[in-house]
Design a protein around this ligand. Structure first.
Ligand SMILES: Cc1ncc(COP(=O)(O)O)c(C=O)c1O
Length: 390
């Protein structure tokens, strides 16, 4: 038998990526399936961004570029982080990566030694625990609760802490719950970080521009005494409908940066120049981002009003991102609910277990889908749930 890397071989496949591919394949055979599994904007990348990439490609900007990112993009990102996020990173503290996912991977690899623990908040993005494991670390989940509105408390963080804790990973606006950091969440995190000076904070802010009326996305890097210990991860996939471009970035202290850079140089070298020039254009596309945000907000309202009145279902009101986090009271666990919805109602969602949800009763539906599809989903769901109640 082949002897392969046990750490990597033992990783579980990403449930959401697998389900997305499986549902797409099913849709080829059955066009009536409503695929709400993907975390992928259904909008086209804004025209201006595509034009810029095309022009740059035509003009020959198609060779290796400065490793950590072209100066124009790093300068623009430093300006954005300073003015929008109140996180005063210099341009040479910013690394442009092929997607935010790889930025998370680089940061976690750079920070953890074998056996070190990293705390992540569940329900949370499927890849955090696997990336921690791939880096030789031990993921420690803090299970936030539906009944407590997924509030973060100092006590819950403290309970997960041990002498081996080196990293706390947070993601707000959150995938899958749609929560943003409330002032009390921020205070709990700050208190925890102040109690443990050798713990670093990784803040994944990839949904920061998809934020609904009445809420704001505040970065923990804006807290002056936490700034040096915070690594921001962000990217272009969600805000600018650029998932396929594979462009993200991280910003961190010089000390962390020098370690991250070594791994980056030996694994990626650089990201493409014409894509980075288009990313500079993207940063100036706030009107397009706002148009998409308004559309997501309309869809959020449609689903929230539609689902909450159905028997056996309850939905958390998303404050940001584009996911409906729905709790089902059908006497089934979330995987059974997903199978039932797919087989009987042609609705495909991702079971809460994929996000480490403890209660196993929630399903995530992405509303990065057309209003027509969402209305069809509501109709099918209503028919199923009312039949079930009878
Ligand atoms: C919380 C979170 N972080 C990171 C990513 C990855 O983004 P990218 O496409 O930039 O790799 C996703 C994508 O689903 C996500 O939901």
């Amino acid at each position: 038998m082949l002897k392969l890397n046990r750490k990597i071989a033992q990783l579980k496949p990403s449930k959401s990526v697998t389900l997305m591919a499986k549902t797409k394949a099913m849709q080829q055979r059955d066009k009536s399936i409503i695929n709400l599994t993907g975390g992928e904007p259904d909008f086209a990348t804004p025209e201006k961004i595509c034009e810029e990439a095309y022009l740059q490609m035509k003009s020959g900007f198609t060779h290796y570029t400065d490793g950590p990112g072209i100066p124009k993009l790093r300068q623009a990102l430093a300006e954005k982080l300073r003015t929008e996020n109140h996180a005063p990173y210099q341009e040479d503290q910013i690394l442009v990566t092929p997607g935010a996912k790889y930025a998370v991977y680089l940061a976690v690899q750079a920070v953890l030694n074998p056996g070190d623990e990293a705390i992540w908040l569940a329900p949370g993005w499927v890849s955090y625990p696997s990336i921690i494991e791939a880096s030789g670390g031990v993921p420690v989940a803090v299970h936030l609760k539906w009944e407590e509105n997924y509030q973060i408390t100092f006590d819950a963080l403290e309970e997960a802490y041990s002498e081996k804790t080196r990293l706390l990973i947070i993601n707000y606006p959150n995938n899958p719950t749609g929560k943003v950091l409330s002032p009390s969440d921020r205070e709990a995190i700050a208190q925890f970080m102040r109690s443990h000076p050798d713990v670093l904070l990784l803040s994944d802010e990839i949904y920061e521009h998809i934020i609904y009326t009445g809420y704001e996305a505040v970065s923990m890097a804006s807290v002056p005494d936490l700034f040096e210990r915070t690594i921001i991860v962000n990217g272009f996939s969600k805000s600018f409908a650029m998932t396929g471009w594979r462009l993200g970035y991280l910003a961190c202290s010089y000390e962390i940066f020098s370690v991250v850079m070594k791994l980056f140089q030996h694994t990626i070298s650089c990201t493409s120049g014409f894509l980075q020039m288009a990313a500079v254009t993207a940063l100036g596309c706030s009107e397009d981002t706002e148009k998409m945000r308004r559309e997501y907000e309309k869809r959020r309202n449609l689903l929230y009003e539609g689902i909450r009145r159905l028997p056996g279902a309850d939905m958390l009101k998303p404050e940001g991102a584009f996911y409906a986090w729905v709790k089902f009271d059908l006497g089934m666990n979330s995987e059974e609910v997903c199978n039932y919805l797919l087989e009987e109602g042609k609705i495909a969602g991702v079971p809460g277990i994929a996000y480490g949800e403890e209660e196993k009763v929630c399903v995530r539906f992405s509303y990065a889908a057309s209003e027509t599809e969402l209305r069809r989903m509501l109709k099918n769901l209503e028919a199923l749930l009312t039949k079930k109640k009878r």
